[in-house]
Design a protein around this ligand. Sequence first.
Ligand code: T4K
Length: 384
Amino acid sequence: MNSNDKNYTGMIDKFVTGKILVTRSSMPAYEEYCEEIKDIWDTRWLTNMGPKHKKFQEELKSYLGVEMIDLLTNGHMALELTMQALGLTGEVITTPFTFASTTHAIVRNGLTPVFCDINPDDFTIDVTKLESLITDKTSAIVPVHVYGNVCNIEEIQRIADKYGLKVIYDAAHTFGESYKGQGIGSFGDVSCFSFHATKVFNTIEGGAVCFKDKAFGDKIYDLKNFGIHGPEIVESVGANAKMNEFCAAMGLCNLRHVDEEIAKRRAVVERYHERLDNIDGIRLNKVGKDVKPNYAYLPAVFDAEKFGCDRDEVFDELAGHNIFARKYFYPLTNTFECFAGKYDPAETPVALDISKRVLTLPLYADLTAEQVDIICDIIISCKK
Ligand code: T4K
């Protein structure tokens, strides 16, 4: 073994050995991926909307049950370029209980995020507080289907129609879900998906936009490929956000197994419910009405008074046993250092409260019932 090998082993130790992490990437069999990428060595076509990209895009469109779709490098660029393509201006209403990406996409477009509070039960945007935040500068609403919990789609659309606002769903957590039998990507003007390694379905890094307006699709395509229309024609100032062939190949493989992955996740989630549902002071996430779920995340909200111990103590106790849950989504995006002094988290009190009490429990297809039991035993042992 040379010194590099030793370093590599050290790195694996640092990342995974002996630990249960909040999630673990789904991957096809090694041989299946090798088979899928074999012809790339013949064609030497590595990127720029090659055959894998085209095939994956078609298969995905049908799996997600959407009218139109385009693939991108990641979920963040899906959000950022969507806002640019729609030509949004002024203020955009969103929630702070999300990953950095949602708020950053708004700010990086030169827009002002206006933070709406969330529902305490499903953590999505509180539609009863939405209308009061609309001003003559508002151009869009960016609700987040957080943890895979579907927003109040009907009410959001009613309000958007009344005020002539665009609706862009951050659908990063909702791969494969449906609402009232319709693919979740078919609601609003645009839905943005993430296929990051940590998601229910991954292309290593990747993302997609789902939409109904062909003119929007043309703009996104220009933005993801420098505005190039031919070897000698550049019509607009675009960026580069193309999905490459190796990521598309991973998507083709993972798509064959995603239903099985979701079924396994469901079994894990059910085991957590069996063990923790009757524990006073712990509230596990519930699947919403009319939703076909994907079991993307399992947030548990702790009531310190009833449980006798707070979220941070439970987190530390698990970490002491090499189990690394995550505090998704703490801190709120409107409290980030990069926005210091700009926003007041007291204006989103429910989000602030939940962010201090929520713990996202380890969840992935291969997590065994025995491992879930160990995690639950440790959590229950914290109860006082
Ligand atoms: N909107 C929302 C609502 C989102 O949640 C996200 C992403 C986006 C937009 C933007 O989509 P992308 O541009 O990312 O496509 C992770 C993910 O990086 C991020 O994609 C995700 N949300 C966010 C909720 O979680 P971190 O900083 O927590 O990741 P990290 O590196 O700490 O990984 C978490 C765990 O996942 C590790 O403990 C082990 C496991 N893991 C991680 C990696 C990188 C694997 O098993 N394999 C891996 O390759 O952000």
